[in-house]
Write a protein that binds this ligand. Structure first.
Ligand code: PMV
Length: 289
């Protein structure tokens, strides 16, 4: 029996633009998924195309038990975390000798297959390696970890990443003259943020710009707008949609002493707030239960 966990993630900058090879910055956060795998001749696990694919790719059979602190379809990377933790636990239980790079690459291939070609390697990289990650095309770079104080606001409005990605693709097809400059501007914001990672007030301003650009791309939602505005009024440095939008979650970057106030402002909008920070660890072996 082997138990592994993997963290969720939030995009600080660059979601949607990363689908077109532009850079993004994402960070591993504390809610985790825990997966226990046990060798067995009969596969026994919850029906999930991600888990089925993990066993298929690794060429083994086993049973799985999952315990998740990450709400699914909330833009916090739960499918990537499940995939990374399952691959890591299979690797350990069956002594397959995959490296972390192999796990990240295989998890990305599975996400891409299950999501019909629409996935960037961001979620799977962040979940595998932890910390702060800069992604650009197929390149990945770990950035020095910062002591960010973040509040996630889950709008409780469910959304489909595939549908939102398709919606942006359609805008790009129909109105490239409008859509492409927005994607270029998101790239500009991300590259600028890269030079201010140690300066949360400046990052907050850039997050606000990124949020406006995501709304211009058509992936906003009235509940997310409310949460973003409430967070800023409550003292956040900045706040934005995180992930695919159209529902799901937003993230606020806060001064340490403001995070409870910001969380309270989000909860007052009947959304769910989670105060979190950077999780420096990626996939991690846990004690067997
Ligand atoms: O909502 P999430 O966590 O699945 O994030 C989606 C982010 C996109 O850039 C829209 C798609 C992707 O695969 O990067």
């Amino acid at each position: 029996m082997a138990t592994w966990s993997a963290p969720g993630k939030v995009f600080l900058f660059g979601e949607h633009a990363v689908v077109y090879g532009k850079p993004g910055i994402a960070v591993a956060i504390r809610p985790r998924v825990f997966v226990t795998v046990r060798k067995s001749r009969n596969a026994h696990h919850a029906k999930s195309p991600y888990i089925d694919s993990c066993f298929e790719v690794m060429g083994v059979k086993g049973s799985v038990y999952i315990s998740s602190q990450i709400p699914s379809s909330s833009g916090l990377g739960s499918s990537a975390a499940v995939t990374v933790a399952t691959l890591s636990a299979i690797n350990d239980e069956f002594g397959l000798k995959y490296t972390l790079d192999d796990i990240a690459r295989t998890a990305f291939e599975i996400e891409k297959k299950v999501q019909k070609g629409r996935a960037s390697p961001t979620d799977t990289s962040v979940s595998t390696f932890g910390g702060l990650i800069f992604i650009s095309g197929t390149q990945r770079r770990r950035l020095p970890v910062q002591n960010f104080h973040m509040v996630i606001g889950n709008s409780l409005v469910s959304h489909s990443t595939a549908r939102m990605v398709e919606q942006v693709a359609e805008m790009k097809r129909k109105h490239p003259e409008v859509c492409n400059p927005i994607l270029d501007a998101i790239e500009g914001v991300t590259l600028n943020a890269l030079h201010h990672m140690g300066d949360p007030p400046q990052l907050g301003k850039l997050m606000n710009i990124n949020h406006a650009l995501l709304e211009a791309l058509g992936v906003g939602h009235s509940v997310l707008s409310r949460l973003v505005l409430a967070s800023r009024s409550a003292g956040a440095y900045g706040a934005k949609i995180t992930g695919a939008g159209g529902g799901g979650s937003m993230v606020a970057l806060c001064p340490k002493h403001m995070k409870n106030r910001v969380a309270g402002a989000i909860e007052a909008c009947e959304a769910r707030a989670v105060i979190t920070g950077v999780d420096t660890e990626g996939a991690r072996k846990e004690k067997d239960v």
